[in-house]
Design a protein around this ligand. Structure first.
Ligand SMILES: [Zn+2]
Length: 525
């Protein structure tokens, strides 16, 4: 009896969506959606699916709630600060829909057991950084799970659908499917005029067929044989049921923050952001821990350090532009003007929020845009969920990438291209592209240090460094002399900013390393 009442209540809740053509609440109730990142987008998407009556949500986020989240992340409220996002979101979603099952992980997406991914129908990326997106993209490709990726920056945002090969999903065959259903229905109507017309068409077709067989077919067969030979390796991947992946759009991920911090400590700050990053590094050295932006005392100390770096930067630029001999020729007014100009170039004194935004590598975000982007993600994930269960409430968006510009209220669909040389979904195996930010006086030894900071600890005695274009040797531990000098400067080797160098394994590493070649873009800070 109670179970019956529950069911009636459930059907009442979902009554309006049952009116949608092709809807099947059973599919939604048995579905499982994973949301990776429970921030502005993730909260909205989780709310959408909780309200629509999804069977299960899996929430993954390794962050805790901060005050600055409360302007957008609607599952959190004042007083939640410091608690894990995934846990609080799970509680609030269950309040919203008591029938919902929620698993949550206060954990890195890379550390989740693959069985968690396996259980989900569709995976939604609602992340705020490139590296996490790239890792999730890789996992989804491996697990053959469709992914709906989204992101926002200020008044702009995008959504991308990634359908991996062999995910059992139809991406571009909507027309064929619809035509088949239409054809079947036509026959079911039993209309005599239609049947007569069909009969006449069949007779004509017989005639046409005979002509084709006798006159055209031999020639056609010959041509088809040639086309078939070319087709599979050239076009198949583009027109069949797969999309480009996320990595196809980001062949070289932007440099890691940790690396920029390390580089800043070694080099001289060149802009406003560098000064704050360097201040954080100095703070940690001085006090033995990282400044906590929620502790006023830490903020005050950090502000002083950053302010000092900024003053030094202004001084340095003044001295570079106004050397001694020039200084003698300037009037006090002109000197003042120089200083004012430099001050304007590097900006006013720091405010607390600015430092927090720089150190957290935060990007501009606003609720209005987050809700637009997250709603598109929810809608696309919903269609994919139905498709996975053999039902059609609409094809995935095609092209699979949309950009939204909130300034002009404009949506642009972009026909993105699957890269044959994509390191995640392409033919190339065992290669990796990375960007290293290095100080001006970096040497060969620094490259290995920087690689270690971004998570690729390579033994210098087992890797060779060359110029991939002219094959010039920069480092070869098997040789002696200049090829084995870790203190030789990159500038001495005539390596310029944005040049690419190649790291390849030797000896033991050749056998053991999964990666057989690193293409490294060197960027001088
Ligand atoms: Zn790809």
């Amino acid at each position: 009896m109670t179970e019956n009442k529950e069911n009636i209540k459930k059907s009442r809740m979902y009554a309006r969506q049952q009116l949608i053509d092709g809807w099947d609440q059973e599919i939604v109730s048995k579905g499982c959606i994973m949301i990776v990142g429970v921030g502005a987008l993730g909260c909205e998407i989780a709310k959408d699916f909780a309200l629509m009556g999804i069977g299960k949500l899996v929430l993954v986020d390794l962050d805790t709630i901060e005050t600055s989240n409360l302007s957008r992340q609607m599952l959190f409220k004042p007083g939640d600060e410091g608690r894990p996002k995934a846990e609080v979101a799970a509680e609030r979603l269950k309040d919203m829909n008591p029938f919902l099952k929620v698993d949550f992980y206060f954990e890195k997406l890379q550390k989740l057991p693959m069985s968690v991914y396996e259980e989900c129908d569709v995976i939604i990326a609602a992340l705020d950084n490139f590296n996490a997106r790239l890792d999730l993209n890789k996992i989804c490709l491996r697990m053959k799970k469709p992914m709906v990726e989204g992101g926002t920056v200020g008044f702009e945002g995008h959504v991308q659908i990634v359908i991996p090969k062999d995910s059992a999903l139809e991406y571009k065959n909507r027309e064929i499917e619809i035509e088949n259903i239409v054809e079947t229905r036509m026959w079911e109507f039993d209309n005599p005029e239609y049947l007569d017309a069909q009969k006449e068409i069949e007779q004509l077709e017989y005639l046409i067929e005979r002509l084709k067989q006798e006159k055209l077919e031999p020639f056609r067969r010959l041509v088809r044989k040639q086309v078939e030979a070319e087709f599979d390796n050239k076009y198949a991947e583009d027109v069949l049921n797969i999309t480009p992946c996320y990595r196809c759009l980001v062949p070289i991920p932007p440099a890691d923050d940790k690396l920029i911090a390390a580089c800043t400590l070694k080099g001289l700050p060149r802009n406003r952001n560098h000064c704050v990053i360097k201040a954080e590094v100095i703070f940690e050295k001085e006090y033995g821990f990282k400044p906590d932006m929620n502790v006023d005392d830490d903020v005050v100390k950090l502000l002083a350090l950053a302010q000092k770096e900024l003053a030094e930067l202004r001084n340095r630029v003044f001295n570079e532009n106004v050397p001694e001999e020039k200084l003698e020729t300037l009037t006090p007014e002109e000197i003042k003007e120089w200083k004012e100009n430099i001050k304007e170039t590097f900006g006013e004194d720091y405010k607390f929020e600015e430092m927090e935004n720089i150190l957290g590598n935060k990007i501009a975000a606003i609720q209005s845009v987050s809700s637009i982007i997250s709603s598109i993600q929810s809608q696309e994930a919903l269609k994919l969920l139905f498709r996975l269960h053999g039902r059609n409430i609409g094809p995935p968006m095609d092209p699979p990438y949309v950009n939204y510009n909130g300034v002009y209220g404009q949506f642009d669909h972009l026909d993105i291209i699957k890269r044959e040389d994509c390191l995640a979904c392409g033919d190339i195996e065992g290669e990796e592209n990375v960007q290293l930010v290095v100080p001006f006086d970096a040497d060969i030894g620094y490259i290995f240090k920087a690689m270690r900071i971004i998570g690729h600890a390579l033994e210098p005695i087992l890797w060779m460094i060359t110029n991939p274009v002219n094959k010039e040797m920069y480092w070869n531990p098997y040789m002696s002399g200049e090829f084995k000098d870790p203190t030789i400067k990159l500038t001495t080797l005539k390596i310029k900013s944005n040049d690419i160098i190649a790291l390849t394994p030797l000896g033991k590493a050749k056998v053991e390393s999964e990666i057989k070649k690193y293409n490294v873009v060197i960027t001088f800070m």
